[in-house]
Design a protein around this ligand. Structure first.
Ligand SMILES: [Zn+2]
Length: 448
């Protein structure tokens, strides 16, 4: 039986409130022992020296795009590649969004995705299924059937559900199924032809303007509709100050409403779009310094409780065109951890334990993954573990990403902090080459 001893690390487990130096012994797919007092005997098949490192429950990204199936589309990304990229970023679990072709709008399609996800050798993959048939916003799906088939949430991500009556029905079904709805908050009527944040820069560049209200108005509408059902409602990728206010008000009113922040909305402004830089084109768009500040305040106050990359790989030709025609989306899952650290820890917004909670317990509770033991680290529990070197300096090089996506706006940034080991069910799925391993471990980064 394979054993791994991770010794001398700073163990942070937000679920139990642990933040102390200790050792973890993994046997097969379980954490056999977690010792904060006595060092464990150094007799495992694999020894990992975690001194100076942070050892956490496996990180969870509740919002990624894995581009499979992609019938008739140019995507080269697959579930296996996306899962390998996630593991290289320190994530042991990702939730895949339903804007694929075909989309997961039936239980059979969800079962197919669960099956495909189980074949990967990267992170765990759990599908989020459609709120409406074909993601067309018109006919609500069989939410209970989709959850029964293995979906961990419901969303039409890529599009918001605009119709009030349809949305009301979805929220009711989501509440009944005890799952969550993840809304891509975008009023389509307010964003026709929109390409970037509304304002002086968009006017100068002659690009379609995307007002913050297109996002915030949908959150406010949803909160009104959810007053009765009380579903777990989650606003994806918050981009602007007014949306933070809307979430704050909903939570103050007692609704089970949550929201997520993405690396790019914490670190980049609309200025990145200048010169028609298509890599900076994202949905919702990059905003202003004031919006970044508001999102950080929302995180510091506990209004925004999750971090999500919105990993969105595109083939080069989707970005190598004029700004108005270019695809929306960015990749950052392989460098998200130091980006979050830069924005939130180095920025003095929150500390490591809170940031880890935003990447473990919080998304696990939203999606119900905590019921599978995901998002916490305890003796007898699942051996999903992430090792983080919090001070390792490195330069982001998108050409080295396992993902096929090269559309990374953080290319060339020198950052500090990195996931150096990702263990899923007791198996190392990613290990940064280095001297931390004191006995050989059979693990190579792999796309397959
Ligand atoms: Zn979205």
């Amino acid at each position: 039986m394979a054993t791994i001893l991770i010794h001398g690390g700073r163990i942070i487990d937000p679920a139990s409130g642990t933040d102390a130096t200790g050792d973890i012994l993994i046997r097969e797919d379980r954490v056999e022992q977690l010792s904060l007092d006595e060092p464990l005997p150094r007799d495992a098949d694999t020894l990992v020296n975690a001194e100076g490192c942070i050892v956490t429950p496996g990180l969870v990204d509740p919002h990624v795009h894995l581009r499979e199936p992609s019938i008739g589309q140019a995507h080269r990304e697959t579930i296996a590649i996306g899962a390998a990229a996630a593991a290289a970023g320190g994530f042991t679990t990702v939730c895949s969004m339903p804007n694929t072709n075909p989309p997961p709008d039936t239980p059979d399609r969800v079962r197919d995705l669960v099956h495909r996800g189980n074949q990967t050798r990267g992170s765990r993959v759990f599908p989020v299924a459609c709120g409406t048939i074909g993601r067309s916003g018109e006919v609500p799906t069989d939410v209970a059937g989709l959850i029964e088939a293995g979906a961990m949430g419901i969303s039409d991500d890529g599009d918001g559900v605009a119709d009030d009556e349809v949305m009301a029905t979805i929220l009711k079904r989501v509440a009944e199924a005890d799952t969550c709805f993840m809304q891509h908050c975008q009023d389509p009527a307010m964003t026709v032809g929109a390409a970037m944040n509304a304002g002086a820069l968009a006017l100068r560049l002659g690009l379609g303007e995307w007002p913050p209200a297109a996002e915030t108005s949908m959150i406010e509408r949803d909160v009104r509709l959810n007053a009765g059902p009380g579903a777990r409602y989650h606003a994806q990728h918050l981009s602007c100050a007014s949306s933070v206010d809307a979430i704050r008000a909903a939570r103050a009113a007692g609704q089970p409403v949550t929201a997520e922040a993405s690396p790019h909305h914490l670190l980049l402004t609309e200025a990145a779009c200048d010169g028609y830089n298509t890599v900076a084109k994202v949905n919702p768009p990059l905003r202003t310094e004031a919006d970044i500040e508001a999102i950080k305040i929302g995180i510091a106050e506990g209004v925004i409780t999750m971090l999500a990359t919105d990993q969105a790989p595109h083939p080069p030709q989707a970005k190598a065109t004029d700004f108005a025609s270019a695809a929306f989306g960015m990749v950052s899952i392989e460098c998200a951890l130091p980006l979050y650290k830069r924005a939130l820890i180095d920025g003095g917004v929150i500390d490591w334990p809170r940031m880890i909670a935003m990447m473990t317990t919080e998304p696990a509770a939203l999606t119900g993954l905590h019921r599978l033991g995901i998002g916490r680290l305890e003796a007898g529990g699942l051996a999903d573990v992430t090792l983080i070197d919090p001070t390792l300096e490195w330069t982001i090089d998108a050409s080295a990403f396992l993902s096929t996506g090269r559309n990374c706006p953080f290319e060339g940034w020198t950052v500090s902090g990195r996931a150096i080991g990702t263990i899923v069910a007791g198996t190392p799925r990613w290990m940064l080459p280095g001297d931390r391993l004191e006995a050989p471990v059979a693990c190579q980064p792999s796309r397959h």
